[in-house]
Design a binder for this molecule. Structure first.
Ligand SMILES: [Zn+2]
Length: 411
């Protein structure tokens, strides 16, 4: 059934060029071929399904009752990916319209934004990414200031509110020089120029609404320098609304938590950050005073063995390993000291350490001792740490370790 295309066929079987608003159409199957695992590629007599091209993702929808999973081009042909081959002579097809119209809004908004960056900054758009949840352009410029962003947004949105026609011109190569094109076409046949009336002219094969007003609005969300380009994230139309909606909800919720109005929120957050910083500073001070105090207290209770001060601390309040380490470091300022700390009631950790002047190989002793009493851990000959075995009291673990040391003094 495949025949060589005549001039003009390209337009005729691509219904989205005749009417980008066409959501339902009837046609027939021209060809079907197996595709990948459990799929078929269908060629239709004509189609309103847009294939992935020019940065715009493919349409979805139904051919009869078969879901359209992908739409792609091969040469001049458009193929529709489905799970089966339809048997009906006449196929009723339906485009997933919310998806398509979303792409039309985002895509047409991109035309305006790229022109505005060209006008204000002489920045060329060298990349365009449109997916279901992301929309960016890459610009060949070093940086953008906030003032330019505002100017670009205002200009683009004014053109949207002007509700200018979006005109699609099919042109011959020799007619191109009559148009102030933002970029040159990459094809030499079927050249289609999309004009945002009196503002932007660019070659494009995508789908666009008929008037700029349908773009709704364009909002730049953020921008960053990345891999040698400036990447601008933005949303148009319903995406801009969705984005505004969740952000507005979040701002109102937070403002409510702070008992302030939305515009006062930034000040409230800043005050809270300052307060937090001050609280942290005070906490660190109090904590180190407490560590000093604790160190003095348990140092007084130290046992002396072989001239070594053995300090034992078994804590049952909430204290993590870093808390034990802080206390140990403070105690190790004393010479000739062995520090044995556990927090048996919370996460059951131990930390054993000695002053640098002692000749005890803690890790070596521990590795022997471990097989007798269990537990997991290790470290250096100066400091070891780890988890206690189950069903042992912290104090008993310390005593067992002291026994191990006494039995291995020859180490
Ligand atoms: Zn376009």
């Amino acid at each position: 059934m495949t025949s060589k295309k005549r001039k003009g066929d390209f337009m005729e079987d691509r219904l989205y060029y005749q009417d980008p608003y066409l959501q339902e159409f009837s046609t027939s199957l021209i060809e079907a071929k197996p595709w990948g695992k459990n799929c078929f590629a269908l060629k239709l007599k004509e189609t309103a399904f847009y294939p992935t091209s020019g940065g715009q993702p493919h349409d979805k929808g139904y051919i009869g009752d078969l879901e359209v999973l992908d739409v792609f081009e091969e040469g001049d042909d458009i193929w529709h990916l489905t799970r089966a081959v339809p048997t009906e002579a006449e196929l009723n097809c339906k485009i997933d319209w919310p998806r398509r119209f979303d792409f039309m809004q985002q895509h047409a908004g991109q035309h305006l934004l790229s022109e505005a960056f060209w006008t204000f900054c002489q920045a060329t758009t060298i990349g365009f990414h449109l997916t279901e949840d992301n929309l960016t352009i890459d610009l060949d410029m070093e940086s953008i200031d906030n003032e330019t962003i505002v100017k670009v947004e205002d200009t683009v949105n004014q053109i949207i509110w002007d509700n200018r026609p979006i005109i699609k011109h099919w042109v011959a190569p020799e007619d191109l020089e009559k148009m102030p094109l933002r970029k040159q076409p990459q094809v030499d046949k079927n050249i289609r120029i999309v004009e945002m009336k009196d503002y932007d002219w660019v070659p494009c094969g995508g789908t666009h609404p008929n008037f700029t007003g349908e773009i709704g609005m364009v909002k730049i969300r953020r921008w960053e320098r990345s891999k040698g380009v400036t990447r601008v994230e933005f949303f148009c139309g319903q995406r801009a609304l969705q984005d505004y909606r969740w952000k507005n909800e979040m701002v109102l919720d937070l403002a409510n938590d702070f008992s302030v109005k939305d515009k006062e929120l930034a000040d409230s957050v800043q005050r809270l950050q300052e307060k937090l910083k001050e609280t942290e500073r005070r906490f660190v001070e109090s904590d180190s005073r407490l560590t000093e105090f604790e160190s003095e207290k348990i140092l007084k209770e130290a046992e002396i063995w072989n001239g070594i001060k053995i300090v034992k601390g078994s804590f049952d309040e909430k204290r993590d390993l870093s808390g034990l380490r802080k206390l140990a470091i403070n105690l190790l300022k004393t010479e000739n000291i062995l520090v044995l700390l556990v927090n048996a009631e919370t996460d059951e950790k131990f930390l054993f350490a000695r002053s640098a002047d002692l000749d005890l190989k803690l890790n070596k002793i521990y590795q022997k001792f471990k097989t007798e009493l269990g537990g997991k851990g290790g470290g250096s000959e100066v400091m070891i740490q780890g988890s206690l075995p189950e069903n042992i009291k912290g104090q008993d673990y310390i005593e067992a370790f002291i026994e191990a040391i006494k039995n291995h003094v020859d180490l």
